[in-house]
Each structure stands twice: as C-alpha cells, then as structure tokens.
Design a protein around this ligand. Structure first.
Ligand SMILES: *Cc1c(COP(=O)(O)O)cnc(C)c1O
Length: 320
C-alpha cells in the first residue's frame, strides 16, 4: 500500500445533468463532483494531497513548498492541507503581488501560507532557490511539483477511477480539464489496473496535445509501477484535445463564458473560468459537432476551481 492520509470526502457523488443534456440535444451527461472533495472548497488536488502529505510525513518534512499561478487551486488546497496537518507552507506564485488579493490567493493568505513572488520569467528558478534556502535554514522542506503531478500524486486518480467503477458507473467517455497531467495519468493508469474500457479524453488547458500525450504516457507508466502494475503506455494511448486553448492560460473567452452560464442555468452547477469552464466549453462543442453518439454516456469529471470565480479579473466577463 502507498502511504495515504485520508481526509478527502470520498466517494464524491456522480450526478445526472438531464437539463443540460436536453438543452444541448446530446447524449446522456453525468458529472463526478470532485469539486466537492471537502477541503477548502475542494478540487482535484485534494485527492493528490492525501498521498503527497503522507509522503512528506514519511520523510519527516516540516514545510511544504510548491508553485503555481496567482489563482492556483493547487496552491490553495496545499496551503489548507498544510494548515490542517501542521506543516509550514511556502508558495512560489507567478507574477507580481496584486494590489488587492482575491479568489484563491486571498485564501492562501488566510491559511497562513508564505508567498514568494517570482515575477514573469523565473518561476522554476525561484522555486529551486526557495527550496535550497529552506533546506539550509533547517526547515525540512518537501517539494510538491506543479499541480501535485508526481507518481504518488497521480496515484490518487488511479484510485479515483477504481472508486468510479465501484459506484457502478461505466461511462463511454470521461471528459475533464488536463494541464500538468497528473489527473489524466492517474485515470489512465487506473483504467489499465482496474479494468475500465471507456475513453478518457483530456481537454488541454494550456499545452499542445503532443507535449501532454508524451508527459501523461510517461507519468501513467510510473504511476502504474507505483501501485504495483507493470504497464507501459505510449503517447498514442493518451487522448488529448487541444482545440480550446483560446487566448492562453487563465484568459476567459466566449467559450468559457457560455459554459459557465449553461452549467449554472441548466443545472445550478458552478464551473471555474480557467479549467472546468474551458473543459466544459470543449465538451459542449464536441456534443454540438456530433462527436458522441446519442446513446453514449458521457461523464464530465468536475475538477473544482470555484474560488477563481471570485478573482477580480473575471468579474466583468461573468456578469455579461
Ligand atoms: C489543477 C487543475 C486541473 C488540472 O489537473 P492536472 O492534474 O494538473 O492535469 C483541472 N482543473 C482544476 C480546477 C485544477 O485546479
């Protein structure tokens, strides 16, 4: 067994979205509610952190260090988990300190995380520097990679797929937002290890498809290895659609706007402007293109992100 601290609210519910299906004239649509994983407004990083914090504890770490964008959901959930289990938390965020903290970043502060601003260019360099400095200062740091996408973080999503199977839900398609690739690698590894036949299609948020397919294949192999299965994956095994990158990471466009409105007004469900809004925009477009056949079952795996709805920069777009 891989070390794990159990604090996520699991299993997350699977719900039908009949009004959205009808509005789109599409296949049967379901949603898996990983926006409700129970830690500080939830999200997919909470599952990963169950394994990452166990690893940090096993190494007698005292400080969690990770990095992300200003509105990083990963950083917010890491800061909350650190507080809950008595770690210090150091976050390296891209850019300059905003004049008024909002959304996820405001919550980072509330959880007592220390924030280091990396400017526009050197986030990776700053992260390494912060880590070395913490080591030298005797803070016993544990480095969590971007998005928590190490093999142990990704393993959480192999077990999440097992959880879905145990819920008796066997969709033809699983659709979700993919970025650092850990969620997809875990799902793909879980499908192989636990026997799932459906298609697992990631909608890319910010990376070209070939880059993600290579990355996910390699991470899926290492993840399967960690959970005790010798399995190999090639880029050809990994389904990624990068048609919805729009104006780039974090830029909300008309696709995200429509998706947020549709989910809110047909199902009373909240998406976020950066990840799930973009993935849902892809799902909606694929339904309209007739990509799915009418008798298929399509599951949208909701990965969270809600607090970004309260980031100052999206207010205008949300109200239009
Ligand atoms: C991090 C994140 C993702 C992407 O997950 P990866 O495992 O990094 O690919 C998707 N949705 C939300 C809301 C996220 O915060």
């Amino acid at each position: 067994m891989i070390p794990r601290i159990r604090f996520a609210h699991l299993p997350t519910l699977v719900e039908a979205m009949p009004r959205l299906s009808a509005a789109l004239g599409g296949p049967q649509l379901l949603v898996k509610r990983d926006d409700q994983t129970g830690l500080a407004f939830g999200g997919n990083k909470t599952r990963k952190l169950e394994f990452l914090l166990a690893e940090a504890q096993a190494q007698s770490a005292r400080t969690l260090i990770t990095a992300g964008a200003v509105q990083s959901n990963h950083c917010r959930q890491t800061a909350a988990a650190a507080a809950r289990f008595g770690f210090e938390c150091l976050l390296v965020l891209t850019g300059e300190e905003p004049t008024s903290p909002s959304g996820n970043m405001l919550l980072d502060r509330l959880f007592g995380a220390q924030i280091v601003w990396a400017g526009e260019a050197g986030r990776e360099g700053t992260l390494q520097q912060v880590f070395r400095h913490a080591q030298e200062a005797g803070q016993r740091p544990y480095l969590i990679p971007y998005g928590g996408s190490s093999p142990s973080g990704a393993a959480a999503y192999a077990y999440a797929l097992q959880e879905l199977i145990e819920q008796g839900v066997r969709p033809d398609w699983i659709i979700f937002a993919t970025s650092s690739g850990g969620t997809q690698a875990g799902l793909v590894a879980g499908a192989r290890c636990f026997g799932f036949q459906g298609h697992i299609l990631g909608i890319s948020i910010d990376e070209p498809a070939p880059v993600l397919r290579e990355r996910v294949a390699e991470l899926a192999r290492r993840t399967a290895d960690l959970i005790g299965e010798n399995a190999s994956f090639s880029a050809d095994d990994i389904l990624v659609n990068a048609d919805y990158l729009g104006g780039g990471y974090g830029v909300m466009g008309s696709g995200e706007q429509e998706a947020l409105h549709l989910f809110a007004r047909q199902e009373g469900l909240l998406l976020d402007p950066v990840y799930t809004g973009r993935a849902a925009a892809g799902l909606i477009d694929l339904v309209r293109q007739g990509f799915f056949s009418p008798n298929e079952m399509v599951l949208f795996w909701h990965t969270g992100g809600g607090p970004a709805l309260f980031a100052d920069r999206y207010r205008e777009m949300l109200l239009r």
